[in-house]
Design a protein around this ligand. Structure first.
Ligand code: OGA
Ligand code: MN
Length: 278
């Protein structure tokens, strides 16, 4: 079956059908998916309830088609047999121990921007989803950049933000994991290494603008946060079991949303290593 790609929103996200993720993608199919990824920034592969769940091996193999599969520093939430998979879950085992990281971030962020080489792409696969809620919201920071006034584009040029974690954004990091991290600087506007398109690069891990007085720094970060959160740049994914969604952290911010915790939400997540943002 040939691959088809249907846009899901005005500036971000497309649904890919005709790709069998239960088997290795052919070279031609991989190229079609890769092109769609660069064009739409978020790709949705809808689950088919009659097909078996994506195995960790296939999930990791798909991830590796795009680059090096990373191992998340929250090793307490790794899949027992596959450290490349981070488990996101509000479930508990029979002893009451959490099955995974309960909340991956209800605030806008781009994955692990608090590191020197943030993940290029993330692949999130749904095993169990609540009957309602628990959506993930994505926004195109590339479309948001394009929509800035010429004055704002000029003002942001050359500015860098300091990224880091705090106890609000990282409640589940142990003291050791927290201590292993430093503050890092990234440009506020980055150029995508493959498309050459510019994108705003901020999110909740961006704590300040380097070298600016506190009030000016806060003003810029708040303006950018509000601007990137405009509905016209967004796609909201309402999960169904067996959906896989992949996104480009170089030009997308995203956040989790709430749901009734009496229901199970259980996901497998992988990431591909990225370069230093420039
Ligand atoms: C992530 C993430 C959001 C969600 O996996 O990086 O932010 O809705 N997930 O679980
Ligand atoms: Mn995330």
């Amino acid at each position: 079956m040939p691959i088809s790609v249907e846009p899901l929103a005005k500036s971000i996200a497309a649904e890919v059908s005709g790709a069998d993720l239960g088997a290795a993608l052919s070279e031609g199919d991989f190229n079609a998916v890769h092109d769609a990824f660069l064009e739409h920034s978020v790709l949705v592969f809808r689950g088919r309830s009659q097909t078996p769940a994506l195995t960790p091996d296939r999930h990791i193999a798909l991830t590796r088609r795009f680059g090096e599969a990373e191992i998340h520093m929250l090793d307490q939430f790794h899949h027992a047999d596959h450290p490349e998979i981070l488990i996101l879950s509000n479930g508990k085992d029979s002893g009451g121990k959490p099955l995974g990281l309960e909340d991956a971030g209800r605030y806008w962020h781009t994955d692990v921007s608090y590191t020197h080489r943030p993940s290029m792409a993330s692949f999130l696969y749904a095993h169990d989803v609540p009957p309602e809620g628990g959506d993930t919201v994505f926004a195109s920071t590339r479309a948001a950049y394009d929509a800035l006034s010429a004055d704002w584009k000029a003002r942001l040029q050359g500015l860098r933000a300091v990224h880091g974690l705090n106890r609000i954004t990282a409640p589940k990091f142990t003291d050791e994991q927290f201590a292993a991290l430093d503050y890092v600087e990234h440009p506020l506007v980055r150029t995508h290494p493959e498309t050459r398109r510019k994108a705003i690069y901020t999110g909740a891990f961006a704590l300040s603008v380097a070298g600016l007085p506190e009030n000016e720094s806060r003003g810029i970060l708040e303006f950018l946060a509000d601007h990137c959160a405009k509905p016209e740049f967004q796609y909201r994914h309402a999960w169904r079991a067996h959906d896989l969604v992949m996104w480009d952290n170089r030009c997308v911010v995203h956040h989790a949303t709430g749901f009734d915790r009496k229901h199970l939400r259980h996901m497998h997540r992988t990431t591909v290593a990225g370069g230093v943002p420039v």
